[in-house]
Design a protein. Sequence first.
Lengths: 472, 784
Amino acid sequence: MRILKQWLAVCFICLSTTSCRDSFLQLAPVSNPNAGNFFKTKADFDLASNAAYATLYTIYNPEGAVSYMGELMGDNVTILNISGNMADKWQFRDYTLAPANTMVYQFWQDFYKSLYNINIVISKVENADVDAAYKDKIKGEMMFLRALYYFNMVQIWGDLPLVTAPITAEESYGVLRTPISEVYTQVIKDLQFAASKLPLAASAGVGKASKGAAQSLLGKVYLTMGDKSNAAIQLKEVVNSGQYQLLPSYATLWDPKNKNTKESIFEIQFLGGSSTAPFSDYYLGFFPNSNALGFYGSGMNQVVDDVWNEYEKGDTRRVASIDTGFTDAKGVFTKVKFPKKWQDKTAPIIGQRIAANNNFMVLRYADVLLLLTEATGDPQYLNLVRKRAGLPEYGTATYPSTLYKTIELATEHERRMELAFEFQRWFDLKRTNRVLTVLTSKGKAITQTKLVIPIPNVVRDQNNKITQNAGY
Amino acid sequence: MDAQQFITTYIDAKNNAWIDAGGKATDGNALRPTLLKIPEDFLTNPQQFGTGTNWQDVMFRTAPSYNGQVSVSGGTEKTQYMFSGAYLDQTAVLDMNYYKRISLRSNIKTAVNDKLTLGLNLGVTSIFDRTEGTKGKSDVISLGLQSNPHFPVYNENGNLGYRDPNSTWFRFTAFGDMNLWHPYSLTREVDKGTKSFNTLGTAYLEYYLLKNLKFRTSFSANFFNSRNHFYWNDKQKYGYSAVLAAQANAGSGYMLNWLSENTLTYDKQIENHSFTGLVGYTAQKQRDEAMSVAANNFPNDLVHTLNAGTVTAGSTSASEWSLLSYIARLQYNYNSRYFLAATIRRDGMSRFGDNNKWGYFPSVSGGWLVSDEPFMSSVKHLTNLKLRASYGVTGNNQIPNYGAVSLLAASNYVYGSTMSNGLRVNSIANPNLKWEKTTMLNLGIDVGLFNNRLIGSIEFYNSLTRDMLLFVPVPDITGFSTQLTNIGKMRNRGIELNLSSKNITGNFNWTTDFNFSRNRNKVLQLGPGNAPIQYVDNVVTVRTEVGQPVSNFYGYIFDGVFKNQAEIDAYPHHASTTPGDPKVRDVNGDGKITDADRTIIGNNQPDFIAGMTNTLSYKGFEFSLMVQGAYGGEIANNNIRYLGTWDNGRNFYASMYNYWRSESDPGDGIHFKPNVSYKGLQKQFSSYWVEDASFLRMKNIRMSYAIPNKALNKLAFKNTRVYINAENVFILTKYKDGYDPENTTYGTTSYSSSMETSGSYSSGNAPVPGHFKELIMALTPCRV
């Protein structure tokens, strides 16, 4: 009987005490950290800003937004067999994009998710108890990333919702499309802040955004806005900073052992060799859609003859940029052209993927030099790039001036060759207002309204105050 | 398709694309780009392949199964016991698959004295199994269907596939659009299985504090452990889509769920008034843990455990939930003729936000046994008539364990050659997250006629669910696509009918049981602005919108095939359309085909489901037939992506062979011409993917014989029965190629709320064969 009474007492203890009741229902997550007590210390902000940098893996993925827009919408590449929602991917190639296209929506999500990761660091570090110098550096780096993303987005969609701080779902319904010019104002503001606060490349830290990166991007932004003189000022500062130079050989630029070289201005960092670190997917992504060699190529950005044929005789960049096929286990060679720049021949194959070690350069010195020629009309910068490629300089007798009659056309040609498959082509043609002329001459069904892609219909289903681009 | 049909279709698909690109069908490979080249064997000598291999024949087999059960029970006035054991050994239809289960149970109850009773129930179940073919597009069955039919089961070296470098079949590796996932490369070249052990125990104590006041306390625990292993032989005899090095993984799962229930019950009878009151308190908690390890770099295939290789990855994780409930209930009846009951529960759940963990759930019900009324005694043949009504609120807490909390997740970055940890915010906190509530009204009538030889019941219900727990889409500019929120309203209305009739009684018995049910479901309200919730799996689009049932299929309507240019000119069409392409309906009538022409093209919910069982018995023999069916639902066949259209050279459905070939050979008018690079909407989600899911199934035929007790007396057995059982004997359905529309469905997300916006549709992705038989020999139940 006594035992029974004790049992009764135990059973009803929790019934009678509130604290026991509440603590029983308070379960902290076991396997995920809770965001409630984060964003306090320097260590927290280091972790959060690393995650913000990691969004580059998504945005500059071989099947990410910048790749689809920069290459597939242009004339360097095509796709045929590709994994995933093939029909929607073909719509980029065929200029038949519909607002319901799942990739278009994917890219929209990718960008704004990434921006959230950046914005939250900027807004939390503002009031955090960390020193001012650290605050400026973190903010500068984050603003560089934010500017880079908005610069891409405004070229892709035109007017778009400009979000510069974390917002709630309720608030988001009031954020409509901001005109292009105001988006550019924000991009410039962010880059000016970054350029003024970030250290030069030599002391910025490997992989981190630097003053030179901010100025290079700012130069490109000005040029895209048609402001050649401000573009020239920024780009010349980069040239005069003494931080950068062209590597002597174009081929060594693509050696996976040669990372973060003097030519590199902003470079996305990968680490090959294991499945536990983020490895580089570019070569695999651009490998034909085949598994003949024990890994699955995705078949993205297959090289077309049009670009292959544009390389001048003796241009060493062609073999460094384009693979002409692959040899299977029995030694049978399959002829097919695809981008080669990010090949890592010694990388192990893990889970049918190549765990490659190549980085991806978003900004490099050759790009800056060619932009400077574009801004100034002065061929001396372009000629540095041609000299490295082993080609006659612009203005000399052996230059193919019958093909490229003006410095503008010479620059366009040079950028296509030098920066092939680096997600630049479509943006280059767009910046110079040449998309329609160049692409229609190659039989592409491109029209004026296709220069921007549609706002995803999901976005407009959720908020019908968001307008659609004309022609969609 | 067989090999000849496949080759013809393959060639046509390549030629159609080459013609689009300005070429001629007669052009040789030298003129064509790599992706439009055709194997020379296909052009010069397709007959060498004959009809090829039917991969379904390779992977499926007749599958016998065995089942045995024994149970023993007995006791004294004070102590009762029951022990039982059962064993099931099922061979699966799919090669190498099996399911074995052994279960043991023991229940013991003893009355210590007049006031105190103690009891213990224990059950142990152990399952050893290997089941595949149910996980959608990348599982054995789906992959087998996609494999090219011109490849043989074994090549000349006894290997499985054309990737064998020493085989003449290796010549096909030059083509990126040859496909072979040999079923054996996934069944015989893989050593895998799952072992699980489940123990469920309940100990309880009942004590009469007063004559009418009973205290009951019980403690239950459910321990679950499972282990799985997987080893893939080196190179898979070249039968897989790539030649892979050996790899292995192993995992384990653990779950402990305990529950403490404590109640006080008070009974009181005052003349014809009978009262029962109950108050109670329960506490429950569950913890789940998971572990996984992967390894590669095995020296050979001799040892399959991970110690033989190099471990490449490992992980553990855990999560918990807890639930507290208080309950009070009062039941009353007068003369066992009028019934009333009222209940109130208060439940607290750890998953909800700090501000809203608790919810109240009241309900009331009443019943009237009309047939017991004196005035009914004159009604002939009416044995039983009861009216029932209930109204109450129930709660739903099915959300992820930490759904209300903002969690961080790893997102690492590299600087130079150093990997650095990163953390990002993975979900938004919602401290106001609370119970979803459903208010339900039920009205029912039970009838028994002719001494209950004919009994039936009919029930109507109307339920309204509000504060639904949904991952509501929020504008992506917030940085998130969805937020777990209480939002929206949904109504379910329906009717359920059950009839049971003893048609003939006596030495020869015939009984018929019949059931019928229908449900109507309508979404009344969604998130901000009532924006539709859309879920896309590859292209299959499922959309939930206000005024409609949950999860409609949403896409284009294909009205057959354009037979010639004149037809195209006469109707709105996609710019790329040429004769033989699909005729897409201009739903909004604007004269253009755009994505605004997508509309509702089906829903998986059937109009009604029904079933009937007839049992005939004579002396020891019994024969029963069970028929089951559903009418009016649709199914989206996800395999159309692979088998109903060109998809990188995979095999096709045989029905597709009737495709448009020319104006004079227009095929069946349903199947458009194949093309390696469709330019229109052929690969977008459309009515071409959606099929009628109605079916009528002969679910079970059973013949059994009870061995006469006389014959068994020596063995001390009683009531022994022998069965012959045939399950899923046949199915009548319009669904593709005879596959089973009921069992080919899979959820598209691992988690779904009560509304199942994304989970309730059928993708028909992993076809399970509709025609299989099994033979069950059973000895059950045997009593000592």
